[in-house]
Design a protein around this ligand. Structure first.
Ligand SMILES: Nc1ncnc2c1ncn2[C@@H]1O[C@H](COP(=O)(O)OP(=O)(O)OP(=O)(O)O)[C@@H](O)[C@H]1O
Length: 250
């Protein structure tokens, strides 16, 4: 069976900056991979290429064996990839509930046909409300996103990912700006509701968040993959300690 995701020889440049330099990466079905590295090492660029938000200069991206490099992001979403962004991106002119419905629609554009039947419409609505309830957001279903706190916005983004029911999830620093308690709560939510049955790449500077969710970690440094393996081994490696944590800090 083909890997969930296979990235090969991926290079991405912005003017004179090489954001990704011949990166290879494979992800098994159901596997969660932590992606770490210093600021500017290319982590978000990698997610952007996989999700179709940037086209690579060279290289291949295979999703379940199918080449997707260079496809537009909306097409890749319909193939089962959903993501969050460092700064939460939601649809600011839609209510919280409508945001979920739009995410569902982005994954399955024909879904509204099914909603013509009243019972199906009710089931779909209940399912989306139950996703909001996971985060205690059901009471805010009719609020606009600008009424939400940062934590709630991040949770709404994750609820949107769940609404899309993707096979591959890409999370870009989901715990940024959160307190320790909020980070722990988010880790539990991701472990319980997002990861089962799905593949994931999780970028996060909070290493304990990554190790709580991912058995495997890959490390980027200046656009190159410098380590990839069991989390404990990777974090103990001297090249990673030097690159990521800086000399003499651990
Ligand atoms: N749209 C862009 N235009 C120009 N340069 C970019 C663009 N996106 C990324 N870069 C550059 O590419 C390099 C990699 O950036 P990227 O955001 O992928 O790193 P990162 O590891 O995600 O960093 P951080 O941890 O700070 O989010 C950086 O030098 C960055 O300045």
């Amino acid at each position: 069976m083909a890997a969930a995701l296979e990235v090969a020889g991926l290079t991405c440049r912005f003017g004179g900056v090489t954001a990704l330099d011949r990166v290879d990466l494979a992800l098994a079905r159901g596997e969660a991979l932590g992606l770490i590295g210093p600021n500017g090492s290319g982590k978000t660029s990698l997610l952007n290429v996989v999700s179709g938000h940037h086209a690579p200069e060279t290289g291949s991206v295979r999703l379940g064996g199918r080449e997707i490099a260079g496809l537009p992001s909306d097409r890749i979403a319909t193939l089962g990839v959903a993501r969050t962004f460092q700064t939460p991106r939601v649809l600011t002119r839609l209510t919280v509930f409508e945001n979920l419905r739009a995410a569902r629609h982005a994954r399955a554009p024909g879904i509204e046909m099914l909603w013509q039947a009243r019972a199906a419409r009710r089931r779909e609505r209940e399912r989306l409300l139950s996703l909001l309830a996971l985060f205690g957001l059901e009471g805010k279903a009719h609020d606009m996103p600008d009424a939400l706190t940062l934590m709630e916005l991040r949770e709404l983004e994750i609820a949107r990912v769940l609404a899309a029911d993707p096979a591959l999830i890409l999370l870009d620093e989901p715990a940024a700006g959160m307190t320790e308690a909020e980070t722990d709560r988010l880790a539990r939510t991701v472990a319980t509701h997002l990861l089962p049955g799905r593949s994931a790449i999780i970028i996060e500077h909070k290493v304990t968040f990554v190790t709580a969710l991912c058995k495997r970690i890959a490390v980027l440094d200046a656009g190159r993959k410098i380590a990839d393996g069991r989390a404990t081994d990777v974090l103990a490696g001297s090249a990673v300690r030097q690159s990521y944590f800086g000399a003499g800090t651990c």
